[in-house]
Design a protein around this ligand. Structure first.
Ligand code: BT5
Length: 261
């Protein structure tokens, strides 16, 4: 039997209609968010943790989550079909890129589908997971990891060339609370617009911050590696690649590497 007097293992704050559950450490905010989502009908709940012991990347990869970063997952109940869930990753990446640009004057770039880069290096990754019912998204969890006040030396040497942090880029620490608030403000604006059906202008804003469009890229998925020109991102958020033989290919899952000569 659950004890009604038992305190939850997190602190709560409210901001802009978002309810934040702030944990010290946790296995993965996405995992706790999915468990939380099954127990409530609410949305705009944010699971936030100071550290994660098993932060998740895509395809079962590990996401390193030391102290100093922002590791969070937002529970949403959008009116979207399962194939449109990718739009949540796109509006989150747009909000992060805008936040980093407006707060710190950094030149943040988006790399399809889920990376935010500064100086060509990954500063933030996004993992969206959706639970579906009757061909609709029942709930979605948008997991976001921002490398904020972390020394680059904290990362293993094989990642130090491809990863960056706000502390490394700015030479000083940032205010995590202010960063979180600015991001949530920007995310809320995008989410409201998405729910109103204003997807096209959001996608255009996203494309304006995307660094890989028009470039020669390599796209790897679990089954193949494709090489071609990143022509566009279509209305569903899928990548349109023109292969070297001219054939157009629509890609929903994959890792993009820009091949700069
Ligand atoms: C991602 O995966 O980029 C999605 C990361 C999502 C993390 C957030 S944190 C809050 C929420 N809760 C979770 O459990 N997850 C989400 P992917 O594109 O598969 O990139 C993973 C790869 O990035 C790894 O294989 C490493 O090479 C690299 N990596 C690991 N930790 C990193 C970090 N902190 N910063 C930058 N790159 C990292």
């Amino acid at each position: 039997m659950t004890n009604p007097n038992k305190k939850p293992p997190y602190r709560t704050h409210n901001f802009l209609g978002y309810k934040i559950h702030h944990y010290d450490h946790i296995v993965s905010t996405n995992e706790i968010a999915k468990e939380t989502a099954k127990k409530t009908k609410d949305e705009r709940i944010v699971i936030l943790a100071d550290t994660q012991t098993e932060g998740k990347g895509r395809l079962g990869r590990l996401w390193l989550s030391p102290k100093g970063g922002i590791w969070l997952s937002i529970i949403l109940r959008p009116k979207l079909s399962p194939k449109e869930a990718l739009k949540l990753t796109l509006i989150a990446s747009l909000a992060i890129a805008k936040t980093l640009t407006s707060m710190f004057e950094l030149k943040a770039e988006i790399k399809w589908p889920n990376d935010i880069l500064v100086d060509g290096k990954k500063i933030c990754g996004i993992l969206t997971e959706a639970s579906t019912r009757d061909y609709n998204v029942e709930f979605a969890v948008v997991g976001i990891g921002i490398n904020a006040n972390i020394d680059l030396a904290t990362f293993p040497s094989n990642l130090q060339d491809i990863v960056t942090t706000l502390k490394h880029e700015l030479g000083s620490e940032v205010k995590l609370k202010a960063l979180l608030k600015t991001f949530l403000q920007s995310f809320e604006r995008n989410y409201t617009r998405l729910q109103k059906g204003w997807w096209r202008p959001l996608l255009q804003e996203w494309k304006d911050m995307a660094s890989f469009l028009g470039e020669q890229v390599e796209v790897s998925s679990s089954s193949e590696v494709l090489v071609g020109k990143a022509l566009d991102v279509d209305d569903d958020g899928a990548l349109i690649l023109r292969l070297e033989d001219g054939v157009l290919k629509k890609i929903v899952v994959g890792d993009v590497t820009v091949r700069r000569l």
